[in-house]
Design a protein around this ligand. Structure first.
Ligand code: IMP
Length: 190
C-alpha cells in the first residue's frame, strides 16, 4: 500500500514571544503546527512581503517541508516609514529609547505595525497574508512588554501594547489580523 506520510506544518521563528502569540491565535482557530526554533537569512528589501516570501522559499528549499514564518515592522509616518523593514536592526541597536529620541521634536506620532505571514506550501507556492494596525508612538515607554510593545499605542486606545497585556493585544494586533487571515484560508485550502 502506498501510504502518504503526513508532513507537519512548521512555524520557523527564534522569537519566543511571537511563538506564544501565534500559538494562542492558531490553537483557537484549530490549526496545529510544530515550532522550529531557528534563525534564517533575510534578503534586504523595502518590502516586508518580498522579505517574507523569499525567506519562506529559501527555507522550503532547505527543509522540504511545508512551513510558515512571519516578518513584521513598525512604520513611523513622520520618519518616512522608518524603521519599517529595518525594525529588527533598529530595535537591537538604538532600541525604544533611541526611537523616542528620534521622535522627541515630532508632534505627529502616527505610525503603523505590519505583519506578513508567508506560508510555503512548496517551493513554488508561497501564500502571503498581511495585517496592519494604525496607531501612534507613545511619549515615553509604558508597561512591560517585548520589542516595541512599550511605545506603540494601537488605534484609538489609550494603552500601549505592553500595558494592554497579551490577551487584549491579541484581540487587536497586526499579528492577530494576519494570522486570522492565514488560519481561515488554511482550514479550507491548506
Ligand atoms: P521581525 O518580524 O522578527 O523581523 O521583527 C522586527 C522587529 O519588530 C523586532 O525587533 C521585533 O522585536 C519587533 N516586533 C515585531 N512584532 C512586534 C510586536 O508585536 N510587538 C513589539 N515588537 C514587535
Amino acid at each position: 500500500m502506498n501510504q502518504k506520510i503526513p508532513s507537519t506544518l512548521l512555524f520557523v521563528t527564534s522569537n519566543p514571544n511571537k511563538e506564544l502569540e501565534v500559538r494562542k491565535i492558531l490553537n483557537k482557530n484549530g490549526v496545529s503546527f510544530q515550532h522550529m526554533d531557528a534563525n534564517y537569512q533575510e534578503i534586504q528589501s523595502s518590502s516586508l512581503k518580498t522579505i517574507a516570501a523569499e525567506s519562506a522559499r529559501c527555507l522550503y528549499e532547505q527543509l522540504k517541508n511545508p512551513l510558515f514564518l512571519e516578518d513584521s515592522g513598525l512604520f513611523i509616518e513622520q520618519l518616512g516609514g522608518f524603521p519599517g523593514p529595518y525594525s529588527s536592526y533598529v530595535y537591537k541597536t538604538i532600541g525604544n529609547s533611541g526611537v523616542l529620541k528620534l521622535m522627541s521634536n515630532i508632534g505627529n506620532r502616527t505610525s503603523r505595525f505590519e505583519s506578513v505571514v508567508a506560508y510555503a506550501e512548496n517551493h513554488k507556492n508561497i501564500h502571503l497574508f498581511s495585517g496592519i494596525v494604525s496607531g501612534r508612538i507613545a511619549d515615553k515607554k509604558r508597561g512591560k512588554g517585548w520589542g516595541f510593545d512599550p511605545i506603540f499605542i494601537p488605534g484609538n486606545c489609550d494603552e500601549t501594547y505592553a500595558e494592554m497585556g497579551i490577551e487584549s493585544k491579541q484581540r487587536v494586533s497586526h499579528r492577530y489580523i494576519a494570522f486570522t487571515k492565514f488560519s481561515d484560508w488554511f482550514k479550507t485550502n491548506g
